[in-house]
Write a protein that binds this ligand. Structure first.
Ligand SMILES: [Zn+2]
Length: 539
């Protein structure tokens, strides 16, 4: 394992600044940001405060911290402005060197706005060196590294309707990801790990090249091949996604709580306070490089959802979660907690404990470490005191962040003693054969209810006789996530999460009326923020 360094990856958000045309000298933009600035910036960050820790820096071949950059590019600087985005991502290792040309973007002819003409490169033609190992070997000797990077890219993009291949398509357009060479090959400064165009309106752009300077990637422990391969994949995923309109991510609004909501497990991040294979996360993120800021074109960004809108859905090829009850013996007694062993390639987002078919307890995924979340990790889930004495069928379900779930085998144990009547069971439960249980949920959204397990959503909201089956939702005036006839009403003092309530005025509970004011407030707040955002962007 690589030793942690007392410094952080050096990044500079100005690298995303406007680039009026191609062919300008870019070197001056890549100024260095010091550790002290990073620590300061992380203090008053939006949402959850970022945790600045000792981190493993991504080093360049010169041994200095490297940057992964995007270049603001007019949509008109592409051969295929607003064209349908090809569902093919082509990974190019540049066997024998790639001839690359400077000009309006057209991946089919290896032409890009990014190469910079200068004293080293007086013309419009450039040669990118072949993909090499950490010791500079190319060809067959680099095959294992290359295969690992290709596999990683296929896994990272597998939730989307896109094909990742290292065979150049013979027809149509495609996105070309150069994974080879060094930045100097195309006239860029030596601290750059990768670079890609990001359209000025964040629309995805077809038929462009992104550059991942594989041969500029080193890690502190040169023998750690996996770390270097994952670092190259991180750059390639980020740079390719810039061309699909994605900005850098700094922190999640609610996700990855165990890491202080760091976006360190998404390839769009600059952060390496956690490592391992990074995946596009289905999480609302604040953008930013070394601190939180509004995203380039929207207030926040969800990298997973944005790529879904570009490509549609695919089939994840990542290993599904594992889930095993580690502490229970069939026929034994149920104690105060249940030990679960769970892991997943993308990381476990949560582990839910089911008793007699219903969830009673849940634990969020443990922290990601330098190699991602340990697989498996131990979860010690507390048994709620409200669980009635009963014979109990126990199972644990582990979910990854995309909701892919794996159930453990069921183990039957007893809490206290078998029940003898429903009077000692929970509200709505029956007692049969010593077991307190609810019938399967039947309540649809809007049906009246008196306990949560009646509702298919598991949520019975309201009070007294005015309780309805509801579901959790995110307050977003521009995209209501509730079914027809329902609107997302903020709960309590939060303005971002709530429950679906009937959207007409007739018959809703008094609590809903109270909550609706919150919703209006949230809408106004979003509007004001939107105006601020628009004003800022003109700077
Ligand atoms: Zn970037």
């Amino acid at each position: 394992m690589a030793a942690p360094h007392a410094s952080i990856e050096v990044m500079n958000r100005q690298t995303c600044g406007a680039r009026p045309g191609f062919g300008r000298v870019l070197a001056a933009r890549w100024a260095v940001t010091a550790w002290g600035v990073i620590a300061m910036a992380a203090g008053p960050a939006l949402a959850a405060p970022a945790q600045v820790r000792s981190v493993t820096t991504t080093l360049t071949a010169d041994g200095v911290p490297g940057v992964r950059v995007s270049i603001d590019t007019p949509v008109t600087a592409t051969a295929m402005s607003y064209a349908t985005i090809s569902p093919t991502i082509y990974l190019e290792r540049c066997r024998g060197g790639c001839k690359v040309h400077q000009g309006p973007n057209d991946a089919r002819t290896n032409t890009s706005t990014i190469p910079v003409t200068g004293s080293q490169h007086p013309g419009l033609d450039f040669t990118v060196g072949e993909f090499a190992t950490s010791t500079g070997q190319v060809g067959t000797a680099a095959n294992n590294d290359w295969t690992a990077v290709v596999t990683c890219m296929k896994e990272v993009y597998s939730p989307f309707g896109v094909t990742v291949t290292d065979a150049r398509p013979t027809s149509g357009t495609y996105h070309e990801v150069i994974i080879a060479g060094r930045p100097q090959d195309i006239g860029l400064t030596s601290d750059i790990l990768g670079v890609a165009p990001l359209s000025n309106d964040c629309s995805p752009i077809d038929d462009v090249m992104s550059f991942t300077f594989a041969n500029n990637h080193t890690v502190a422990d040169a023998s750690d091949l996996t770390a270097r391969r994952l670092s190259i994949c991180w750059t390639a995923a980020q740079e390719s996604a810039h061309a699909f309109g994605l900005d850098h991510e700094y922190s999640f609004v609610t996700g990855n709580a165990a890491n202080g909501h760091s976006a360190c497990n998404d390839p769009m991040t600059y952060r390496d306070d956690c490592g391992g294979e990074k995946f596009f996360r289905n999480e609302i993120a604040n953008c930013g490089e070394v601190s939180s800021r509004e995203c380039k074109c929207t207030k926040t960004q969800n990298s997973h959802q944005k790529l879904l809108t570009v490509f549609g859905a695919g089939t994840p090829i990542t290993k599904p979660p594992s889930s095993r009850l580690a502490s229970l013996a069939s026929g034994g007694m149920l104690g105060n907690s249940v030990s679960v062993q769970a892991g997943a390639q993308r990381g476990v987002a949560r582990v839910a404990l089911y008793f007699n078919g219903f969830p009673w307890a849940e634990q969020l995924g443990v922290a990601f470490q330098s190699r991602g979340q340990p697989d498996p990790s131990s979860y010690n889930v507390a048994v709620p005191a409200s669980l009635p004495n009963s014979i109990v069928d126990v199972k644990a379900i582990a979910y990854d962040d995309l909701g892919v779930a794996t159930e453990s085998t069921v183990v039957t144990v007893t809490k206290g003693a078998p029940c003898t009547s429903a009077s000692t069971c929970a509200k709505g439960q029956k007692c049969e054969a010593g077991k307190c249980f609810w019938d399967p949920a039947v309540g649809e959204i809007g049906d009246s209810c008196s306990y949560a397990q009646f509702c298919k959503s598991g949520l019975c909201s309201g009070s007294g006789d005015d309780q309805l089956c509801s579901q959790n939702c995110t307050v977003d005036p521009t995209a209501d996530s509730c079914p027809d006839g329902f609107a997302c009403v903020a709960s309590g003092t939060t303005t971002t999460s709530g429950t679906c309530q009937p959207s007409d005025n007739g018959g809703c509970c008094s609590a809903g009326g109270q909550d609706r004011r919150w919703w209006v407030h949230a809408g106004l707040a979003a509007l004001v923020l939107g105006m601020v955002a628009r004003r800022r962007r003109r700077r």
